[in-house]
Design a protein around this ligand. Structure first.
Ligand code: MF3
Ligand code: CO
Ligand code: CO
Length: 255
């Protein structure tokens, strides 16, 4: 992959806009705010800052971001549902800037969060960061999955298997699939210039999920809580770059 520097510059711009969108949203999370209101805030912020929201019109999706509450694993659709005290919610933003995608999500806590939910959120964030910290040329995709799976299963949580991270650049979703479970030293090797997401979905109960009749909303089968964080990343000559780092230090709750 020669001359990936130009691609990285564009990924940096797209990733930064997605991260700043979540920073703005963090300051607007409170009981009573509906997920549709969050969707509108995200749509307008991305548009006003020179980007376009990738989910909007993607495979028939009609909103600008995903809002996954409590036992929703991913792809929760914004609605008139208001955030309530004690809710946990993942907000997943993907911005397109100059034809490149920045894809990132964080968990948010509404009002007072039960300790059990906080523990799940912390473990999910740490699992993602453990996987990110090993990134460098020559590591294999299975190494990423192994970091995440071994860490969260030790804590009694489970890794969702039906959804994974993905290559991302000029396409929203491209090869390779980045599984959040797996064995060390298996799968394809990562090389400088590779750009992809790591986005573990971790359940407090069993790993099984089902998709609701709307065709999008994925929930835990046992109705246990689920958490997720996501970064868009690139492999460099000797390590990695996170394209979607918070500008305001809003890495994980409390923000
Ligand atoms: N942002 C999600 C991901 O991490 C994909 C959302 S697709 C949508 O890959 F259409 F639901 F927005
Ligand atoms: Co993604
Ligand atoms: Co995403």
């Amino acid at each position: 992959m020669n001359n990936y520097k130009e691609k990285f510059e564009k990924m940096r711009n797209a990733g930064n806009l997605a991260a700043r969108t979540l920073d703005m949203i963090a300051e607007n999370i409170k009981p009573g705010v509906s997920t549709d209101e969050i969707d509108k805030l995200g749509y307008e912020f991305i548009r006003d800052n020179g980007g376009f929201s990738a989910p909007l019109f993607y495979r028939g999706y009609k909103k600008s971001l995903c809002t996954s509450l409590n036992h929703v694993v991913c792809h929760g659709i914004p609605s008139d549902r208001a955030l309530n005290d004690g809710d946990i919610v993942n907000i997943d933003v993907t911005a397109i800037v100059d034809n490149h995608h920045g894809d990132t999500s964080r968990m948010f806590c509404v009002g007072k969060t039960p300790v059990k939910a906080k523990n799940l959120i912390n473990a999910t964030y740490e699992a993602m960061m453990k996987a990110i910290n090993i990134l460098k040329p020559g590591i294999k995709l299975g190494d990423i999955g192994h970091e995440i799976q071994s860490y969260v299963e030790e804590k009694g949580f489970s890794v969702v298997k039906d959804f994974c991270g993905h290559g991302v650049s000029t396409k929203f979703h491209e090869a390779p699939n980045v599984l959040h479970y797996g064995k060390k030293d298996t799968g394809i090797e990562l090389l400088p210039g590779a750009t992809f997401t790591i986005e573990p979905m971790i359940n407090s109960g069993k790993y099984e999920v089902k998709v609701l009749a709307d065709g999008w909303t994925a929930v835990t089968k046992d109705k246990s809580l689920s958490a997720q964080f996501e970064h868009t990343l690139g492999i460099t000559e000797n390590g990695y770059e996170i394209f979607t780092e918070s500008v305001k230090g809003y890495h994980k709750p409390p923000y």
